[in-house]
Design a protein around this ligand. Structure first.
Ligand SMILES: [Zn+2]
Length: 91
């Protein structure tokens, strides 16, 4: 088994338009034993949404995970406290 060197492939995420499940190529899919790093295009044609069972043509391309801004979910910041850093000068 020899694989050609096709390292540069766009790992675009795809969202199921039916249930909202997002296929992330970096994670692969436990359904169908899809290994991590498998692009959506490489999924077998019989692959279905693991949540609702919709076929591939029900998925919409969300684009790559790497956005322009490395914005991350701040799971530890759900307190809703917006503290303005308005420090006053105290002599
Ligand atoms: Zn679905």
């Amino acid at each position: 088994m020899s694989e050609s060197a096709t390292e540069t492939k766009a790992l675009d995420r795809h969202e199921c338009k039916v249930c909202g499940y997002v296929y992330e190529p970096k994670k692969g899919s436990s359904t169908g034993n899809i290994p991590a790093g498998t692009s959506f295009e490489e999924l077998p044609g019989k692959w279905r949404c693991p949540v609702c069972g919709s076929p591939k043509n029900q998925f919409a391309n969300l684009g790559s995970e790497e956005g322009p801004s490395g914005f991350q979910e701040n799971l530890g910041y759900g307190l809703g406290v917006n503290t303005l850093t308005a420090q006053q000068r105290v002599y």
